[in-house]
Design a protein around this ligand. Structure first.
Ligand code: ZN
Length: 299
């Protein structure tokens, strides 16, 4: 009797035990795989072994990094900027890309920026970042700045609660996908009065407009030559250039970027991110000698 009860008990427990053993075995296998991937195996070896090196390289960078914060210098917190004249002799300019990440366009632009050793600022929308997380991770892994451009890219008037959700839900996605916290915000369409900017300013964010609109988001999609001409005509030291890598394909923008970089370089420009532009300006303002040198700047 006792033996039969024991057998029944074993029968009852068995499926559960098998399940737990299976979970344990699978967990060990996954752990072993992750351990192999993320410890000491070079990217080259991974290319050879898995062909997934690019993804693994990026993922490793994310996994290994502590949360990355893009903070705003004190002088620029809770302020709206459209350019940041830097006092000194250098001509700095910031290239910015909105509405991504987006297949092909973002990747083409990233390839150009990498080749030219330039860092830019990417104002990402929550939805595409959720849809294309690997492209977003590549933007971050390449050393570019991630900024918030809301969840739905709405221009409409919003209640304080909806405005909060547009910004904070995007911040949450940025945190989940990229392990990044960013205090840089750009309102969709540059709309300043629909509740979004009020929320961003209330929370000490830096609201980033632009000094040059490349015009590349126009429905008629201007040509590469037109984008180049517009950017060159509007470029100024301390300027912020608005372009788009997302919200649809932007082939002409991707083609224009190498030419924009080459021609601005010919004119003596150096490329920085928006946070770098703010830091340079803060540092220059705090240095009397740098302020003095501003009198010798011609442009
Ligand atoms: Zn936008």
């Amino acid at each position: 009797m006792a033996r039969s009860e024991q057998q029944d008990r074993i029968k009852r427990l068995l499926p559960g035990k098998v399940l737990w053993v299976a979970i344990a075995v699978i967990s060990c296998a996954v752990f072993a795989l992750l351990h192999t991937l993320f410890s000491g195996v070079s990217a080259d070896a991974l290319i050879a072994q898995t062909g997934l090196a690019k993804t693994v390289e990026v993922t490793t960078a994310i996994v290994n990094s502590i949360p990355l914060n893009f903070d705003v210098p004190k002088d620029f917190q809770a302020k709206i900027i459209k350019d940041v004249p830097v006092i000194g002799t250098e001509k700095y300019i910031a290239l910015t890309f909105d509405d991504g990440p987006w297949p092909e366009t973002t990747e083409k632009i990233l390839a150009t920026l990498k080749q030219e050793k330039i860092k830019a600022t990417f104002y990402v929308i929550g939805q595409p970042l959720k849809s294309f997380p690997e492209i977003g991770k590549k933007v971050l892994a390449d050393g570019h700045v991630i900024a918030n451009h809301t969840l739905h890219h709405w221009y409409k008037q919003m209640s304080p609660l909806v405005a909060q959700r547009e910004i904070e839900d995007t911040a949450k996605i940025i945190k989940e996908v990229l392990n990044v916290e960013t205090a840089y915000f750009r309102p969709p369409g540059g709309v300043l009065t629909n509740g979004l900017v009020a929320y961003a300013l209330k929370h000490n964010q830096s609201v980033n407009m632009w000094s040059v609109d490349s015009g590349d988001s126009h429905p008629k999609r201007p040509s590469t030559a037109a984008i180049l001409k517009t950017v060159l005509a509007g470029a100024t030291p301390g300027g912020i250039v608005l372009m788009h890598d997302g919200g649809g394909r932007h082939d002409n923008t991707a083609k224009a970027v190498p030419q924009i970089i080459a021609q601005l370089r010919d004119r003596g420009y150096k490329f920085v991110t928006v946070p770098e532009l703010l830091e340079l300006s803060s540092a220059a303002a705090a240095t009397p000698t740098a302020q003095g040198s501003s009198t010798s700047v011609g442009s």
